[in-house]
Design a protein around this ligand. Structure first.
Ligand code: ZN
Length: 311
């Protein structure tokens, strides 16, 4: 198997809550000043990234997943399983919750559930997110919704650059305004919107899914932050942010030379800052790469910060 690094062409999605930080911070060409999401590594039909390597001209992650499954270790499944996004929330996102695989399988035509995690790339002074709630029973939660006691119900926590949050299915959550996040998630779209601050889009409120939200929300909320581990590898300092059933996510700061050993069906790499080379291939801030199956040893050189994830 040849050693292949696929270079991604990100896809941008406009959102009512989006801004222009994806241009200001990463220099991307964005469609408008209301750009909310950069789908950086994705094979999802809602935004399937084109591969920029000339030898794969015209192919996407999704098309290669079907035509050349050996690039991804012949993994089972219809879809590339992870999705990497950068989210620019100029305004608040709706409060939402995702089902697990079992619930989504039954109620959403066999879809996967969604587990996701957030790394805070940057945020405004005083920024917060919503994670969890303060109801002790489902009855109490239903009553608080009925009485519009949202501030009391929702658990709002302050955030800072470099914070990391794992969002399991059943956890109510929302990114709030002034936040730039790198999100690693299962490649799924199943979202139940719980509350949208009474906002209108094109003159109408967006659809809410209160009944499904109440069904799948974990009550009471359990705050269990993943245990992190940090180690050195050559001139790299690496922190494993989370390992769960669906993914492992690490952040690495390289100042010099470091060897990595990628023995996985694939590895997603996003360059958050700086520049350098991956086995001699130049990379810089804002680049996203997909390292194909059982790549093995790789030499990373330069002064750069990367996030990487694998199954
Ligand atoms: Zn979500």
């Amino acid at each position: 198997m040849s050693k292949t690094i696929l270079r991604m062409k990100p896809i941008f999605q406009e959102k009512i809550w989006g801004g222009n930080r994806l241009n200001r911070v990463f220099g991307y060409t964005i469609p408008s000043d209301e750009t909310g999401e950069c789908w950086a590594i994705s094979g999802h039909p809602g935004g399937d990234c084109t591969v920029e390597n000339p030898e794969f001209a015209g192919e996407t992650v999704g098309s290669l997943w079907k035509k050349q499954p050996e690039l991804f270790g012949n993994l089972p499944g219809d879809i590339f399983p992870l999705l990497i996004k950068i989210i620019d929330a100029k305004d608040d996102l709706s409060i939402q919750v995702h089902p697990d695989d079992a619930y989504a399988g039954v109620h959403e035509n066999g879809s996967l559930g969604k587990t996701e995690c957030w790394y805070v790339l940057d945020c405004d002074e005083g920024a917060t997110i919503i994670i969890g709630h303060n109801a002790s029973t489902k009855e109490e939660m239903a009553q608080m919704i009925e009485e519009n006691r949202w501030n009391e119900l929702l658990r709002q926590v302050p955030i800072h650059k470099g914070d990391f949050f794992q969002i399991d299915p059943g956890c109510l959550h929302a990114i709030k305004g002034g936040t730039l996040i790198l999100e690693t998630q299962q490649s799924s779209d199943v979202t139940y919107r719980f509350y949208d601050y009474g906002r209108l889009q094109d003159g109408k409120p967006r659809q809410l899914h209160i009944a499904q939200s109440l069904d799948v929300t974990t009550v009471p909320f359990r705050a269990d932050a993943p245990a992190q581990e940090t180690w050195s590898q050559g001139d790299a300092k690496i922190t494993r942010l989370v390992t769960c059933q669906y993914y492992t996510v690490c952040r690495a700061e390289i100042n010099g030379t470091a060897e990595f050993n990628w023995n996985h069906p694939f590895v997603n790499v996003s360059v958050l800052s700086g520049e350098g080379t991956l086995d001699g291939i130049p990379v810089a801030k804002g680049d996203h790469l997909l390292i194909t199956a059982d790549y093995g040893a790789m030499t990373v050189k330069g002064n750069l910060e990367i996030m990487y994830s694998h199954l």
